[in-house]
Design a protein around this ligand. Structure first.
Ligand code: GLN
Length: 486
């Protein structure tokens, strides 16, 4: 049952060959059996899940079911879900029970999906390995000595190990695509503004975007159909008519122009990863797509620019966690300043503190022009590079991450090495574009590699078509990590 895609599970439910309650019990049992070795979940609530499953079964019995009704799902633990603990992977929010639902959570609830648990993540979504979680690292189901990627590593590991059929994530600089690549799952980051950020704990608001993990491009289209749409509670939510993200899946690739950025194939890229990506591009070509070389000349500036802008926004967003209005409060303090200082020092982990310091610095008087304003200008140049490239192609394709999943602890002492993980994903966020990752083979140490497909603004349907046509000819996305297949 856990091998099935969302559409297959949906059919099973609608034809009454299984009930939602059975499905939910099956996945809860898998979580109980396997999660202790992976640590993909921060919270699992079987009682709430079973109650929701029974509601879904009633809806199925009435014949009112949609494609996701009755299907178990997990949310990254930065989506507020009413009555659920929402920790953001931080001690700061260790005991925060959300009094309301995020827009994304509302949407999935309305679709009848069954929330079974909240997944582990890097604290406040800052990280590329899931080692920054207050709740301990997540392990990669393909090799438990390795990281699953981050920051949505819990969601990625849970889907890879077949503990849930799908899960949500967020991608501020690569946090859906990179863990998808590291765990052999499919992950999509939509265009900025396509999915409401309402009820998502904010990290860097101009970059944050909710998306999802699943086992196929077709699954991602179903998830997008449920979660995308205008929401007036998010001022950057874009008002557009609803669309069917699966509408292009049946179209062949004949004549499609696939841009391959020359800056994506340099010495930074592990040879095993490059080989898989090149072979995937060749498959697209065999299907009639035309590969065209494009250039993103400011690509190398993306990581430095991101590490000015993202910490700047984070330092502002995280100021609300002061132990008074929100978050952990220190037990002993002398006065108000001491309360702030101690609460924040105790509540935030080292990476979050580092970002707050960097962010406060680049925004401070005298440095704002030199760093923050300059970074904003270069950000514009990076977006312009993509606009230029999309004049010559319909989608862009390349690697997701420079290497395969690395061992736990390998990069924890060197933040810059960790930051460079997002070399190929961050430009997409800076430009506000959509991107996805689908498995395209095994590279170094036999570990999974992702193919990144980048679309123009609101080009998700086309990206999904490329990924789907690729998956019709390959079976990488069906491979389960040994030990989690049955
Ligand atoms: N790894 C990047 C960071 O640490 C991106 C994280 C994300 O996309 N949330 O900021």
């Amino acid at each position: 049952m856990h091998e099935l895609t969302l559409s297959a599970l949906g059919a099973l439910l609608r034809e009454r060959r299984a009930s939602s309650e059975e499905l939910v019990r099956h996945f809860l049992a898998r979580i109980a059996a396997h999660d202790p070795a992976l640590n993909a979940f921060i919270t699992v609530d079987g009682e709430k899940a079973l109650a929701a499953a029974r509601e879904a079964d009633a809806r199925l019995a009435r014949g009112e079911a949609g494609p996701l009704t009755g299907i178990p799902l997990a949310h990254k633990d930065l989506f507020c879900a009413k009555g659920w603990r929402t920790t953001c992977g931080s001690r700061m929010l260790e005991n925060f029970i959300s009094p309301y639902d995020a827009h994304v959570v509302e949407r999935f609830n309305a679709a009848g999906a069954v929330l079974v648990g909240k997944t582990n993540m890097d604290e406040f979504a800052m990280g590329s390995s899931n080692e920054n979680s207050h709740f301990g690292p997540v392990r990669n189901p393909w090799d438990p000595a390795r990281v699953p990627g981050g920051s949505s590593g819990g969601s990625a590991a849970a889907v890879a190990a077949r503990l849930v059929p799908a899960a949500t994530g967020t991608d501020t600089g690569g946090s859906i695509r990179q863990p998808a690549a590291f765990t052999g799952t499919c992950g999509i980051r939509p265009t900025y503004g396509a999915v409401s950020r309402y009820g998502m704990v904010a990290f860097a608001s101009s970059l944050d975007q909710a998306g999802a993990f699943g086992k196929s491009a077709e699954d991602l289209a179903l998830l997008m159909n449920a979660m995308a749409g205008f929401d007036e509670r998010d001022s950057t939510s874009v008002e557009r008519p609803p669309e069917d993200y699966g509408r292009e899946l049946a179209q062949p690739l004949e004549g499609l122009r696939v841009g391959v950025p020359k800056e994506y194939f340099t010495d930074d890229l592990a040879p095993g990863v490059a080989a898989c990506v090149r072979e995937a591009l060749a498959e697209l070509e065999r299907q009639g797509a035309r590969l065209v070389e494009v250039s993103l000349p400011n690509q190398a500036l993306a990581v430095p620019v991101y590490y000015v802008i993202a910490p700047a926004e984070a330092s502002s967003n995280l100021s609300r966690f002061d132990g008074v209005r929100y978050g952990h409060r220190a037990a002993d303090y002398a006065d108000l300043n001491d309360l702030y200082r101690k609460s924040r020092a105790e509540g935030f982990g080292p990476e979050v503190r580092r970002r707050i310091l960097v962010g406060t610095y680049v925004l401070s008087h005298g440095y704002y022009d030199a760093y923050y304003l300059q970074a904003q200008k270069v950000r514009r140049l990076i977006a312009r590079d993509f606009a230029e490239a999309f004049r010559a192609c319909d989608v862009i394709a390349g690697p997701v991450a420079p290497s395969v999943a690395f061992p736990l602890g390998a990069k924890t002492s060197d933040p810059v090495q960790m930051y460079l993980e997002d070399l190929y994903t961050i430009p997409v966020n800076l430009a506000g574009l959509p991107g996805l990752s689908v498995p395209c083979g095994f590279g170094e140490q036999g570990l999974s590699v992702g193919l990144q497909v980048i679309g123009d603004y609101f080009g998700e349907a086309r990206m999904l078509r490329v990924a789907h046509r690729y998956q019709l000819a390959t079976d990488w996305h069906r491979r389960a990590p040994p030990g989690f297949a049955s």
